[in-house]
Design a protein around this ligand. Structure first.
Ligand SMILES: [Zn+2]
Ligand SMILES: [Zn+2]
Length: 362
């Protein structure tokens, strides 16, 4: 519990606190100063690899002018007028004499006369003093972590004398890790969101991903990769248990970006793509493309496609469509295709014919 009964009784009946119980020297009171909390913001990279921080702050400490006594040079404390030097005040409560610590001198039995006060600290014996300290932040420190430097906080607000034992509070450094534009943290892993175009996602390819260490890593993306796919690079994450040689992973999350057509050609290509992949939901700008969805939409503008136009080679169609944007005659394209096919057919026919001929000859 942190106290013993003997101390408790002594205090209750004599007003003496925790001392040896011999005369006035027993009135030693321990005063503890306040903790000081300082907020320090570090970069994400510093949180991963650790860093040295210089902390400038102000703390209550012994007054430099009076060395903490609170007195003008050559002056002494005088007897407390409230308790007449006893350090305690007595009241009668329910017929019992109760003692408590004197409120004026806080149990010391002495006080500093107004005229004897130190000009700097006005008799308090303490003043706020600028301080500076250096701390080493361990690698892998989390946002919101607190580091405690014992005794580097405020000194208690009392003058130094034989009746006071003072102990300074602690300096607490609260670490705030600022957000990084590229990296974020997930437990012991670092996360990078990597944008890739939907064409890369569809066809596969390579992406170059940054690491917190500084170098870039080339990653293969397999064809048909879906949005949100996680690729893991080991040992490029957060140091575990402050050990820079034992690290978590770097998780690369692929973020598939939709292509946004900005030119008629891009629109045409995407529409052709929609057609090739039998996407019946995608909007088409040209009435020609409605033909592929069925024969119900025929109108005056409808170009009649012959068998060659409906050939599974979609590239042929894309070429034809693009031809319009490059001011080619759509029909000339057709003709070429037809000619080629006709040639093939003719060749075939010729072959058959020659076979026949030769057959006939035999
Ligand atoms: Zn002073
Ligand atoms: Zn007093």
């Amino acid at each position: 519990m942190g106290f013993d009964f003997e101390d408790l009784f002594r205090e209750a009946f004599t007003g003496q606190r925790g001392g040896s119980g011999r005369g006035r020297s027993a009135y030693v009171t321990e005063h503890v100063g306040d903790d000081i909390e300082v907020l320090k913001t570090i970069s994400f990279k510093e949180s991963i690899f650790g860093s040295k921080l210089k902390i400038n702050y102000k703390a209550v400490d012994s007054c430099n002018t009076c060395q903490g006594s609170g007195l003008k040079k050559g002056k002494k404390k005088s007897t407390c007028p409230t308790c007449h030097g006893t350090g305690q005040s007595t009241h009668i409560l329910g017929g019992f004499h109760m003692s408590s610590t004197c409120g004026t001198c806080h149990g010391s039995g002495v006080q500093i006369a107004k005229n004897d006060e130190c000009g700097t600290c006005h008799g308090n014996g303490v003043e706020e003093i600028p301080k500076s300290t250096e701390v080493e932040l361990p690698p892998g420190i989390k946002d919101g972590s607190r580091l405690r430097i014992p005794g580097a906080g405020d000194a208690p607000f009392v003058a130094k004398d034989a009746y006071n034992r003072t102990r300074s509070g602690d300096l607490i450094i609260r670490v705030s890790v600022s957000n990084d534009s590229v990296f974020s943290r997930e437990n012991n892993n670092i996360v990078v969101n990597q944008d890739i175009l939907m064409t890369t996602a569809a066809l596969g390819g390579e992406v170059v991903v940054p690491t917190i260490d500084g170098e870039n890593i080339k990653l293969k993306v397999r064809p048909g990769v879906q949005n949100g796919r996680k690729l893991t690079i080991p040992d490029k994450g957060v140091p575990i248990n402050r050990n820079i040689n034992n690290r978590g992973d770097l998780n690369v999350i692929l973020n598939v970006k939709t292509l946004i057509p900005e030119t008629p050609i891009q629109t045409a290509l995407l529409e052709a793509l929609a057609d090739a992949f039998n996407d019946k939901n995608a909007k088409r700008t040209d009435s020609d493309w409605k033909l592929d969805l069925g024969d119900d939409n025929k109108n005056d503008k409808t170009i009649t496609y012959d068998e060659n136009d409906l050939h599974p080679s979609h590239l042929n169609r894309i070429g034809k469509f693009l031809g319009k944007f490059f001011n080619f005659e759509g029909n000339s394209n057709n003709t070429t295709t037809n000619n080629n096919n006709n040639n093939t057919n003719n060749n075939k026919a010729n072959k058959d014919k020659s076979k026949k001929d030769s057959g006939e000859k035999q």
